[in-house]
Design a protein around this ligand. Structure first.
Ligand SMILES: O=C(O)CCC(=O)C(=O)O
Ligand SMILES: [Fe+2]
Length: 270
């Protein structure tokens, strides 16, 4: 079965939308069949070996990361990856959750974790996005399973909105969970076979786990689409705030503090 048919038969679009809205994430275990998983792994390999046009490599301390700029990448070069993220099922889910049809899944990232360092802190992203991740290997707590705290996006979105409405800047958002947050949050680890997919609102507390030892690895293909109408993460170049941040001068105080929480300032780690 080709990928669009697998998506069409195995994803219930409206149930997926409801579950991301209420829980903050939706896990579809074993979505793709073995043949598709093999094709995705071949495309993953090709990206890192050949860095085709429209693909750039980024800094990723737990391993390697490549970003595919979908608009500038040869449509023939990564057909299965593109077919998934451009499928009508995935587009309908993203458009409904983002209330927007622009910029959806324009960037596709591939990450290959091989180092025994925590992949992330327990955090929510500084900029709110809808992300889709596909495991290319069987993934469990021994190789960087991703975990979520169900329903936590509601409070985190409320905190984000209050912080921004009081003049706070996204770079000052305290998005790394405190000890108190951790004690009151149950993190559900989404273990699953290669070909499983998770769709999530990054305002949910989430964390990327860790590799147990250096014989383990994790491979993920993911897309990210920003929720619309957000301020930019970095102040506009040469603006007064840009100068103040650059030279650490008269930085505006954040409007209020969340005790014990830290910041990633736009990255996945503090
Ligand atoms: O790689 C991971 O497991 C999590 C990454 C993450 O936090 C994110 O994509 O927002
Ligand atoms: Fe994140």
């Amino acid at each position: 079965m080709d990928v669009s048919s697998q998506l069409e038969y195995r994803i219930d679009v409206s149930a997926t939308i409801d579950s991301v809205r209420s829980d903050g994430f939706c896990f579809i275990e074993g979505l793709f069949d073995q043949a598709t998983v093999a094709e995705l792994n071949a495309e993953f390999q090709k990206v890192f070996e050949e860095l085709p046009p429209g693909v750039s490599e980024g800094v990723h301390p737990p391993g390697r990361m490549a970003t595919i700029d979908v608009q500038n990448n040869d449509p023939e070069s990564l057909p299965v990856t593109r077919a998934i993220f451009q499928s009508s099922s995935i587009r309908s889910i993203c458009e409904a959750l983002l209330s927007s049809s622009s910029g959806i899944n324009d960037k596709i990232l591939m990450t290959h974790e091989t180092k025994v360092t925590p992949i992330t802190d327990v955090h929510f992203d500084s900029q709110r996005a809808l992300k889709i991740m596909i495991y290319l290997l069987d993934t469990d707590p021994s190789n960087g399973v991703i975990s979520f705290c169900k329903g936590s996006h509601v409070e985190n979105t409320a905190y984000r909105n209050k912080f921004l409405s009081k003049g706070g800047h996204l770079l000052d958002l305290q998005n790394v969970a405190s000890q108190i947050d951790l004690e009151s949050s149950f993190l559900e680890a989404l273990s699953g076979p290669a070909g499983s997919m998770v769709i999530f609102d990054t305002d949910c507390w989430h964390s990327g786990g860790c590799l147990e030892d250096d014989t383990k690895e994790r491979r993920i293909i993911r897309s990210s689409s920003k929720f619309p109408n957000q301020p930019p993460l970095q102040p506009t170049r040469l603006s007064p705030l840009w100068f103040r941040r650059r030279f650490n001068l008269f930085l505006p105080e954040p409007p209020f503090d969340m005790p014990g929480r830290e910041r990633t300032r736009g990255t996945a780690r503090k």
